[in-house]
Design a protein around this ligand. Structure first.
Ligand SMILES: *Cc1c(COP(=O)(O)O)cnc(C)c1O
Length: 405
């Protein structure tokens, strides 16, 4: 079937939640390169939104999935599962946590974190249920996760929303201190807001929120669904801050493209008891084998160190672009989670389209921020090629702007 035929089927049968998609159908990929139905190739700086950490068709991941699929895809967590137990061990041994639970997505991990925080206080006989999250945050699309998400545009169609959430401005410690109430059970933050436009938490904020949680006896939850698993140049972004939360959520990069989410907790916070929580598909042999292969490959190929080194290289080049083009107002991010904010004179979506035409996949997040979250196997040659293309596109934009004057 050709691209037009597929687009027609989509228009006719798929719920129109994505509006006009980018008019391309990818057929396959290798490394950080995607190939479409028409034979064009693209260097991918989006990685399925920070998901395809090993790029495409990585032999270790393909082998792990296919050999597991040939033996056992699913059997239910009513039974003990070898890849699940091994993945639990790998995550716990490489983090500051003691217990894990697996689901299938980021939102499901967030739901689990909220339930766990409520259960923790219920077990102590305390009526604490309210979770504080940040404005401009993103925590997923299920009803509770979207209520936690501090962006009204996602919430409006679904009111009335579940109770027990309040939003506090990001990087504003004083506001956090003022917001804590007797019923507050947890504060949940992203260390770098991803969908919000690659906005970094300050060290003072993260340390201050941790201190506030300690003082008031609240649970601290880090949503590392986007920042986790090597994305920022460390296994987990909390390592940059030297602050350990009680609860952590993971998803995106964990399965290298196979859906899996995880909820990690320190032993004191791992309050679930038999019957409290569950997930039919969560922690199935296939997804856990994929995630195990991802973790092993990150280590075998030293990809987390590469994420730090290549991320630094990439960021310097973006800073160089900023020095050339005054409409770039900011360069942000850590490791291979980077963004450049454009001022309102330039439409980020147009730049995304121009990059696409030139064979590069990027996207626009937050207000007007170009976001770069490539596979962790991206090379400096590929980074150089993107920078060259951006420089060309930006030069045209600058020229067009000066013509208008
Ligand atoms: C993507 C994302 C989510 C939601 O994950 P889904 O798998 O889409 O449910 C939650 N939190 C953060 C920080 C994310 O980036």
């Amino acid at each position: 079937m050709n691209t037009d035929g597929i687009m027609d089927l989509d228009q006719k049968y798929y719920m129109n939640t994505f509006g006009k998609r980018i008019p391309v159908v990818f057929e396959c990929g290798r490394g950080s390169t995607l190939y479409d139905k028409e034979g064009c190739s693209y260097t991918d700086f989006l990685a399925g939104i920070a998901v395809n950490s090993l790029g495409y068709a990585h032999p270790a991941l393909v082998e792990a999935i296919s050999s597991q699929a040939g033996r056992l895809i699913h059997c239910s967590s009513l039974f003990y599962i070898e890849p699940q137990a091994k993945l639990a061990e790998a995550l716990i041994e490489n983090s500051c946590f003691d217990r894990v639970f697996f689901g299938n997505s980021g939102a499901e991990a967030i739901e689990g974190a909220i339930k766990l925080a409520r259960k923790y206080f219920k077990q102590k006989g305390l009526y604490k249920y309210e979770v504080l999250t940040n404005t401009n945050s993103f925590h997923g699309r299920t009803l509770a996760a979207l209520t936690a998400t501090g962006q009204p545009k996602y919430q409006k169609p679904y009111e009335p929303l579940p109770s027990g959430f309040r939003h506090i401005p990001y990087n504003d410690l004083e506001a956090a201190y003022e917001a804590v109430a007797d019923t507050t059970c947890a504060i949940m933050i992203e260390l770098i807001q991803g969908e919000g436009g690659v906005i970094e938490a300050t060290a003072e904020y993260v340390e201050g929120i941790a201190k506030l949680c300690r003082e008031k006896g609240l649970l601290l939850i880090f949503d590392e669904i986007q920042t986790g698993i090597g994305r920022t140049g460390k296994m987990f972004a909390y390592e940059h801050f030297g602050v350990e939360p009680d609860i952590l959520t993971l998803a995106k990069g964990l399965g290298g493209g196979v859906p899996i989410g995880a909820l990690l907790a320190k032993s004191h916070a791992a309050a679930f008891e038999p019957g409290d929580h569950g997930s039919t598909f969560g922690g199935n042999p296939l997804a856990c084998s994929a995630a195990l292969a991802v973790l092993k490959t990150l280590s075998d190929e030293d990809l987390i160190a590469k994420s730090a080194i290549n991320g630094e290289y990439f960021k310097e080049k973006l800073i160089y672009l900023k020095s050339l083009f005054p409409f770039i107002s900011d360069v942000r991010g850590k490791g291979l989670m980077l963004g450049i904010e454009l001022n309102e004179s330039v439409n980020g979506k147009t730049i995304v389209e121009e990059c696409f035409k030139a064979g590069f996949i990027i996207n626009c997040a937050g207000k007007n921020t170009l976001r770069f979250v490539p596979p962790l196997v991206i090379t400096t040659t590929e980074i150089d090629a993107l920078i060259e293309t951006l420089e060309l596109i930006f030069s045209r934009v600058k020229e067009a702007a000066s013509c208008k004057i």
